[in-house]
Design a protein around this ligand. Sequence first.
Ligand code: Q9C
Ligand code: ZN
Length: 353
Amino acid sequence: MRVPVPVIRSDAHLAHDGLIEFLNGTPVPCFESPARAVAIERALAADPTFVFEEPTDHGLDPILALHDPGLVTTLAEAWDDALATGMTDGLRPLLPDAFLTAAYADGHPTSRPGRSHRLWSYAFDTATPLVGGTYHAARVAVDAALTAVDRVHAGAPLAYALCRPPGHHAGPAMYGGYCFFNNAAIAAQALVARGASRVVILDIDYHHGNGSQQLFYRRDDVLYLSLHADPERAYPYYSGTADERGAGAGEGLNRNWPLPERADGPRYLAALDEALTVARDFAPDAPLIISAGFDTFHADPIADLALQTDDYRAIGAAARDLGLATVVIQEGGYAIDALGANVISLLDGLRGA
Ligand code: Q9C
Ligand code: ZN
């Protein structure tokens, strides 16, 4: 049955257009482009059971519940500061050329950089350009996730937040991987704020959600489950192995399933089955949050797994078996021509269609 699905979307993302990122030292057009969300919307618009709604403003507090205020104000001010100092001509995006790594900070004092360069102390890669529309788009993406949570609280069994920019690489005091604020984590935190004590985030993006892992690694109220390409070969390289299982109160409540190159539907669904068993054993008392990336698709230009469009329906159907209301948060996916069909396939699986 095709129950109506609220789709929380906004045009704010259109002004977040980074133009270029660095790929192995070479500037290339951004894979994470406005065309992605436009394509998804166009596909969903053909089916009247997808009900488009605008996000509502939830303010800064839900963001500050997880992210460092320095990250938030720096992202808010970086573009105007760069314009004022001539660091950008207003056309070129802001990309870092020096990182504040743990090794740099080790054993001596570090200086507070000038306002034009402060942004870089929060960046962890050269793939995440910031332009004039970025901060507002990132704020609205969080609002989309929180509005989807509101819809589920109001009784919808399933809601989809068409977030752009995505979020799962963003950590407490760190942005990168095309992500600025962690939309899915903020949605999970909102469920906790409403009284939940056991929330599950299921991350099916191709990449490990290092930001989500970092945010909840020591917590016992959010279980983070991630299926992704093995970091031995894939971005973000520094996290995502199976032995990263949480710590302290969160011991056992972070689980990773690193996958081999060309893993296909059956291989993926076998790992998902293990993840869903862990989810069931946790006895969640809140809606399920899915960090939904579609860069696991066989034709994705920056990835190497081998899922087909129908596999997303099977993933959705398996997750539906948890019997939880579900909030789907858009993450990655760069095979633009297939993106709409893949989103619909997942949502149809989740609604039993
Ligand atoms: N050589 C998301 O899918 N570039 N972010 C990788 C590989 C960054 C992906 C470069 C990929 C970020 C949300
Ligand atoms: Zn991804």
